[in-house]
Unconditional design. Sequence first.
Length: 477
Amino acid sequence: MALTRLIILICVRVFVVSSDRIQIIGLFPKPDQLESDVLESHNTVRWSTQAMAMFHTAILLSHKYGIRIGGHPINYSIIETMTDVNRFSALHLICEHSSDHREASIVGIVGPATSNDVRFLAPFDAQIGLPLISYSATNADFSDSRLYPTFYRTVPSDRLLVEAIVELFKQFSWTSCILICEKNDYGYGGLKLMSERYNTRLWIKDQLTFDVHSNTFNVDLKRTLQMSRSRIVLVWANQNTSTTIIRHALQANLLGGSFVWVTTDQVILSEFNGSDRLKLKGLLTVMQTHDNGLESGVNRTLLDDALAIWRNSADYGSSYPANFTDISSFAMFAFDATWTLIEALNKLSSDDSPTLAAAPFCFNSLLTNSDTYYKNLEAMSFSGVSGIVQFAKNISNDRIGFTSYVLYNLQSTRITPSEPYRHLKYKQVMKWSGTRQTWKNLTDSPTNGIVWPQNSNEVPCDHLLIQGKANSYKAKW
């Protein structure tokens, strides 16, 4: 019997874009996406626009500094994503850009904003060899450089946030809590860290999950909290979800009493009316922050030049805040993510410039001539606008160096034209500056300047002392 062999040839068209036209892509959530369930961040309108502005500023600053790749300035594209539509939206948009041979050659991506998007986009970027540097995706899973070899981030991992929270609880002599997490990568990542890595230092008495799509908890919120032996409630959720969870707690009359609420993002005060808003007094929030001092490795010249461009920008000048303290940390991280790619490109010789070989099927695209480019990224070390930017890729995808977290306390304040939210303001009361550090007081008060629920100045106890009643204002130092 004759043996017939069928040979199938698969032809893949590849368009090599000239290396004199390169671009960096910036991925940012649409600023009007106020109801997103996945953003691990501050107010979406403010920080997203600011992050876009600082991405744009970094590109323009590279032009001002005369940085040229192959004799040409670096181009850019900004892609606004709808993270609440589906989990593939960012991947779909990048796929379209990477397969379009008419576009300038993509050599790096700044973003995405969320851990959910990273979970889909990072494997794709690894497939085609594109570096991906996020400014706000914090899930600790993405620290693994073996699983995500082309992923980097300038924002601290949630592992540090958990460490900061555990250290804070230790200083308050709290050993237990009730954990409420949102039902997504960010929330589950926090739950995993708290339950697996710190279960010997902090006892999670009860845990609840909140689904923003159905607007429900997995168990009865009021009954679970009232029956729990712990009086400390830790909410691991983004700003919009945290606001919704706090609203549920308010409706269940669980605020302003024996429970102390700690969130990982500030709630949106304008979502509450005057009388309800006052009941939020005493709320605590732990969030990462950026510094502007030389002790944290900030490059003041780079920062001043960047802010000058932003302030005078025709496109983004209107988003420049009145006070430096109103600039989101994610905006600073976005600039440094962009500058990391620019620095790596600037160190290349003309023969080492990477080029994206674009294919109609995006998964067949490939960043070529990129070995030296990646070596530059892995060896990167510079003083950025948020501090020292440096990576140890053989260990982790995380940035190493200076990290700070601030404890905010929601306190009463006077009504002024600049304070429209009626008597309440987030005040910075304590600061944590990294591993093996204790939380430092930012006020002159011996009690850290914290206002606790029911206007108490004493640190609450974390558990019920008398059955059926909570003596929650017995200080334990």
